[in-house]
Every structure is written in C-alpha cells, then in structure tokens.
Design a protein around this ligand. Sequence first.
Ligand code: FE
Length: 142
Amino acid sequence: MYKYTEAAPGIFILSLDNHVEIVEALTAFCLEKEILAGTVSGLGAVSEATFRFLDPGTLKYVDRTFAEQMEITNLTGNISQKDGKPYLHIHLTAGRRDYTCIGGHLLCARINGACELVLQAWPGVFAGRRADPSTGLNMYKF
Ligand code: FE
C-alpha cells in the first residue's frame, strides 16, 4: 500500500503505491505507526477524487466525485484522533487537463501515477474531535 522512510525522528517520507486510495493508505500508515497527531502534505496524480462540501445554511453535506486524470497540486492535512483512532482531515487541490483546478475537503482519491507525501508525526495526542451540531463539523476538543 505504501513505502516509506523515516528521514528524521517523526518525519516520514511516503510513496503510496499506484492505484491505492489515499485516505485509506494514510489511515493505515497512522494505525501502523500509532500516530494520533501530526500534519501531512504532498503531491501526485489521481484518476478519481471525491470531495465533500458542507452547506453552512442547511448543514447538509454535498459529495461529488470527479473521475478524470488530475494532478495533485496540493494535499494538506492534519492528524488528530477521534474515539482513540487516527482522524485525518485532508484538503486537496487537483489540476485538470485544461490546467484549471478543483478542490476541497477530500473524502477519497485513487492514485494514478504516484503520490509522494511528507508526514510529520507529533508525540502524544494534541486533540480529539467531537461533533459540533452548530457547524456540522467534528471540531477539535483540546
Ligand atoms: Fe475540511
């Protein structure tokens, strides 16, 4: 699912295998390394990505999948924990064939090419998450 090296204590360079789903692979890595706090950033290419948009007026989620080849121009996210398990919050911007970009809150994306990530794991746990009915979000609980 992935290859990695620990470049410095807590700093991991990951190369995800082709055709894997990014959120699934990152979650598996965090489980393997028992990472419950940190940040992740990266780039690569995908053949499909599903984003989630929260309408703040209705507090309803709108999910949309784009099935086309796209460059990951930026993937950025944080890692916290919810119910004792790694909780990944990832945003992704993807460049299309016509050089326009789409992006948003990432639900899942399938690699088609490569995906190179830098993950900085922090010791311990800096925050949990809890559902916040006023925003519809899982907010930090410090
Ligand atoms: Fe988000």
